[in-house]
Design a protein around this ligand. Structure first.
Ligand code: FUB
Length: 345
């Protein structure tokens, strides 16, 4: 639900109709990446603050400075905030805007992957490590070589390979990387440098990670999403094309790539036979929430599936003050995800 439509919302009524409540209420949190490590749920969210930056289409108002890790014994239990896990001041290459992170575990080490704007104003993706899933995390001195844009999501495949999915258009700058080199030309507009409406949509990227999970082991490739006629989704197909917020999970031997459509506010998914695609568009996971952004992760816990997502209901619709939530996610007998409505009618 875009911000311009919230003026007439009765938030008491909306919160009564919401299918779930904020997992934590003492801080604003967003972009929840949930994982089960050692039988417990760990959530790696953005930590939303109001830094006073004006609202714009490049997301300058998302001026986050640090990350907190949240843990839960189960999706129904209390969510525990473990405090600051990483602060932008401790990351030599990063200046600001600690956007949506993710985490992975390998051989007893926990890796936090995070996007931030460098001192040159370009989004890159960094990695930080810890012996504990809740940090504190120690960052590498430099961003991942050849990384760009935002919203890393790291997936471990059954063969032990790790893949990073990433990218986001508009403020996420993906459209400036179409030639492989950052296009620093003016204008600043989020609509500049995008493909035309009838051209194939810009794709999320995927790259296999090196053994130490700190570098790309290959050139990032496009995550192509095909329509019902085996054609790539078009940039003008704004209800279905990729915008930001990649996630990958598997269900019954199929690979599910899910993402946000950004300015149309849907969470959608596409199904493929391998981690790099191509994927075929399969439908919506979540209808629009209150707030401009929608972002999620999907995680299995004790045989049930859960959607971690966010909305701006606790802040009464403030776009950059969001709250993470969780709800059960179900599949039909054909493996299709049943679309979730975040508020009851
Ligand atoms: O939280 C900042 C940005 O908003 C994220 O990186 C996007 O996915 C959107 O949720």
């Amino acid at each position: 639900m875009p911000e311009e439509n919230i003026a007439h919302i009765n938030f008491d009524d909306l919160n009564n109709r919401a299918i779930s409540t904020p997992l934590v209420k003492h801080i604003y949190t967003a972009d929840p990446s949930a994982h089960v490590f050692n039988g417990k749920i760990y959530i790696y969210p953005s930590h939303d603050i109001d830094a006073g930056d004006a609202f714009d289409d490049l997301g300058s108002h998302f001026a986050m400075e640090d990350y907190h890790v949240i843990s839960m014994d189960s999706p129904q239990s209390e969510a525990v905030d473990h405090g600051i896990a990483l602060h932008v001041n401790d990351v030599p290459w990063a200046e600001k805007q600690m956007w949506a992170p993710d985490a992975a575990e390998k051989d007893g080490t926990y890796y936090l992957f995070f996007p931030a704007k460098g001192h040159d104003g370009i989004f890159r993706i960094g990695v930080a490590t810890s012996a504990s899933p809740v940090g504190p995390f120690t960052p590498q001195p430099d961003a991942i070589k050849n990384s760009f844009s935002i919203d890393p999501a790291v997936f471990k495949d059954d063969d032990g390979s790790y893949y990073m999915y990433f990218g986001g258009i508009w403020g996420g700058q993906l459209q400036r990387w179409r030639t492989g080199i950052f296009n620093a030309e003016q204008p600043e507009s989020p609509f500049a440098f995008l493909p035309g409406a009838s051209e194939p949509a810009l794709c999320a990227k995927v790259a296999k990670l090196s053994n130490d999970l700190s570098a790309f082991a290959e050139e990032p490739k496009d995550i192509v999403i095909l329509d019902e006629n085996d054609q790539p989704l078009l940039q003008g197909d704004t209800d279905r094309r990729f915008f930001e917020a990649s996630w990958m999970h598997t269900y019954k031997d199929k690979y599910y790539f899910s993402y946000s459509t950004g300015d149309t506010h849907f969470l959608c998914y596409a199904i493929g036979d391998n981690p790099c695609g191509p994927f075929r568009y399969a439908g919506r996971i979540l209808e629009p929430v209150v707030g401009w952004t929608s972002h999620h992760s999907i995680c299995e816990f004790e045989g049930k599936w859960y959607l971690f997502y966010h909305d701006s209901s606790m802040s009464k619709g403030v776009t950059h003050l969001r709250s993470i939530k969780v709800t059960e996610l179900t599949y039909d007998e054909n493996g299709h995800i049943q679309t979730i409505k975040p508020y009851k009618d």
